[in-house]
Design a protein around this ligand. Sequence first.
Ligand SMILES: Nc1ncnc2c1ncn2[C@@H]1O[C@H](COP(=O)(O)OP(=O)(O)OP(=O)(O)O)[C@@H](O)[C@H]1O
Length: 224
Amino acid sequence: MSKAVVELRGVTRSFEQGGTRIDVLRGIDLAVQPGEIVALLGPSGSGKSTLLQAVGLLEGGFGGEIVIAGTAAEKSDSGARTTLRRDHLGFVYQFHHLLPDFNALENVVLPQMIAGKSREAAEVRAQELLTALGLGARLDHRPSQLSGGEQQRVAVARGLANKPDLILADEPTGNLDEHTSDAVLDQFLQLVRGEGSAALIATHNERLASKMDRVVRLHEGVLE
Ligand SMILES: Nc1ncnc2c1ncn2[C@@H]1O[C@H](COP(=O)(O)OP(=O)(O)OP(=O)(O)O)[C@@H](O)[C@H]1O
């Protein structure tokens, strides 16, 4: 079997709140293989965002082992974690994280230039992605000039821009109506499959989860 893009072994996370300890993650074991699209399903408050934060290497405080592309992230220093994140991970946030003063094209170009690509190459890639998502005629629109579904498509393009091995998405269509949510998720999954990336996508929606390759359920701090 090929090497997992991420492997979690016994991952834990607790929070202290008003003198009480909440054990949100109680020993998570999970491996995502290259190209595999995994739904992380669980009700509100079950710890989906916390689990994605563990994999995203943006926060500390986790116990257990987090292995990204064969490297033990929890043993790496912050510089090495930044490199792991840049080289292997992509994030699809909800659309309110788009940069308001930049147009759709620029929002997708910027993360590529930060990763070291030339502006020309980044623009070609951004245009390809946005056109595949049906936004070819909206490239110069700023987020405020786009609908919610269109903004979320820009957020999808931005997350995929650097061809990550693993895409992390937290309720990527959570604030869209049902019809738009289905349309955006279908396009998102089609693009991810086409590019051969793996994805870990948090959702509380069973129907959306059933579109993915595998569903893991978060319940009382463990995956069942
Ligand atoms: N920084 C924090 N400090 C204290 N408690 C926290 C913190 N972050 C998360 N929690 C608690 O951890 C639990 C899980 O939160 P998390 O956001 O991971 O759940 P979720 O499944 O993503 O929920 P939702 O679908 O509502 O976003 C919640 O009870 C939350 O209050």
